[in-house]
Design a protein around this ligand. Structure first.
Ligand SMILES: [Zn+2]
Length: 164
């Protein structure tokens, strides 16, 4: 696909470098204590260790982001970001699954995570602030044969203990 000819869309490592360039313009930012550019690279590619005395934790550019611990290659995440932001009418998980050549379940998961991080502000109360929420009642669980409602009373509330 032509729009994905840029190296960060083709290669996992290039994608990581591109992300670091965007998220860390002034050097690596510790995901744990927030210290900027006071970390050193470890032997593992993309993993940094905070040089702050009281922190010294490991982090990468995906730590504490929606991509953390994902098994999906970073360049596929970048492709998904691009597709979800550039498609006029949005994009379905199925289409993402076809374009990125990943499992549908993975695509579905990515869609949810990406939408979640695009969300603004916290979750408001259900139905809106100061609004009334109505809910129908229902019954859960199995009912012993002896206590099961008769056909004519099916779907209607019934007393917990039925007179015999
Ligand atoms: Zn730190």
């Amino acid at each position: 696909m032509d729009i994905f000819s840029a190296p960060q869309f083709r290669d996992d490592n290039e994608a990581r470098k591109a992300l670091e360039g965007v998220l860390w313009p002034d050097g690596p930012v510790c995901a744990h204590c927030g210290t900027i550019n006071h970390a050193y690279a470890t032997k593992r590619a993309g993993v940094y260790r905070c040089a702050e005395k009281e922190c010294r934790k490991d982090f990468s550019v995906t730590t504490k982001t929606v991509m953390e611990r994902s098994h999906i290659a970073l360049h596929k995440w970048l492709q998904a970001f691009h597709l979800m932001c550039s498609s006029k009418k949005g994009i379905s998980a199925h289409q993402l699954h076809r374009i990125l050549d990943i499992h549908y379940e993975s695509a579905w998961f990515m869609c949810h995570r990406i939408r979640e991080c695009m969300r603004q502000g916290g979750l408001g109360p259900l139905g809106g602030s100061g609004k009334v929420v109505e809910a129908d009642e229902t019954y859960f669980g199995n009912i012993p044969e002896s206590k099961r409602p008769k056909t004519k009373s099916r779907g209607r509330p019934f007393p917990r203990t039925r007179p015999e």
